[in-house]
Design a protein around this ligand. Structure first.
Ligand SMILES: *Cc1c(COP(=O)(O)O)cnc(C)c1O
Ligand code: SF4
Length: 334
């Protein structure tokens, strides 16, 4: 019996934590001592885009506070079901940027691989919440044509692994893909867009760290944090480990009404990031995706907030306020 058990492939520790994520909105409310009568929870919204949140992230939410900025990012509520003009299912034109299944190019010199549909957390404001990943993500069986495409175009110097979240891939698939990319001579940089260091920091394990230490590619990880409360001791440890491989760490945040649309919150976020070796990169104006209108902060407020940050912080801690406009050759500064 014992021997048989040892022969079963064991999921990695982080995969168990992911499998154990909270998926039931009522359980989440109970964990936070919130009464379901206080909240406009929506089962319809949850059916469209299910709740998913790792327990370690829930532990950083304030108990008894229905307006907690971390809770607001993940809880399915009735406001999502309101149709609002101008909010669509593909606000950033991802469909038109597909050059091969799983491969997007919008900008000069860099391509983006949608490696997987899976994420460790489901963010209610996500611009990809309606994207037909299951048709469009590049499954490992589809990687070879993508690699060929990149190998044939010497103008491409940077590959971005995105998703979903590329760190949802298991170590062997991910390392295999990155190693194949490393062998394309004209590639200089590898960039990973991931929320794992923030929402499931246990994902930053030895095989990943070892790979980044030895690669010839200049590596960048763009993490995604919207609020300083997201950065606890476990997150700091993971970020320090990543930093010690020599990679560059950047953050992109989304400006979200009721989460981080005030000057204090944004300044604290920049400072907390820098303390852990991460430079603020982009502050995105919300993409107008159906179901997320209640997170929208207007453009004047967005500009005012950045002005306030400029007055209070060193220039290097002020992120660039940008908006993605479908069909334009770079993210548009506001
Ligand atoms: C956002 C994005 C990038 C990255 O843009 P940078 O300005 O280089 O950070 C690249 N490709 C696609 C398709 C994107 O959406
Ligand atoms: S982790 Fe990123 S891609 Fe995944 S749901 Fe959140 S915002 Fe969207």
């Amino acid at each position: 019996m014992l021997q048989l058990k040892l022969l079963q492939p064991q999921p990695d520790g982080w995969q168990q934590i992911l499998a154990d994520a909270v998926r039931d909105p009522y359980e989440l409310l109970e964990m936070l001592n919130l009464s379901r009568h206080m909240i406009d929870l929506s089962e319809t919204a949850a059916a469209q885009f299910p709740l998913r949140v790792p327990r370690g992230y829930v532990a950083r939410m304030r108990k008894g506070d229905e307006n907690d900025p971390l809770l607001r990012q993940v809880l399915p509520i009735g406001a999502e079901m309101q149709e609002v003009q101008g909010f669509t299912t593909d606000p950033v034109g991802d469909h038109d940027a597909i050059i091969k299944q799983g491969l997007l190019q919008k900008y000069h010199g860099r391509v983006l691989i949608m490696t997987t549909a899976a994420c460790a957390i489901h963010c209610r404001y996500c611009f990809r919440r309606h994207f037909p990943y299951h048709e469009q993500a590049a499954r490992p069986s589809l990687w070879q044509p993508l690699l060929n495409e990149i190998a044939q175009d010497a103008n491409i110097s940077e590959v971005i692994l995105s998703g979903g979240d590329p760190l949802s891939l298991g170590d062997s698939a991910l390392l295999q893909l990155m190693t194949a990319l490393e062998q394309i001579p004209h590639l200089k940089r590898l960039r990973i867009h991931s929320r794992y260091p923030i929402v499931l920091p246990e994902r930053i394990n030895e095989p990943l760290l070892e790979w980044f230490k030895q690669t010839r590619l200049t590596s960048v990880m763009v993490i995604h944090s919207n609020h300083a409360n997201e950065i606890d001791a476990s997150v700091k440890t993971a970020l320090h480990k990543l930093k010690s491989t020599g990679m560059t760490l950047l953050n992109q945040a989304v400006l979200l009404h009721g989460v981080n649309d005030d000057g204090d919150t944004l300044c604290h976020l920049s400072e907390a990031l820098f303390e852990t070796g991460v430079m603020p990169y982009y502050l995105h104006k919300l993409d107008k995706v159906e179901g997320a209108a209640h997170f929208d902060a207007d453009e004047d407020l967005a500009k005012q907030l950045v002005t306030e940050m400029r007055k209070r912080l060193p220039g290097y801690l002020v992120p660039k306020l940008v908006q993605e406009v479908a069909g334009t050759p770079y993210k548009q500064p506001l």
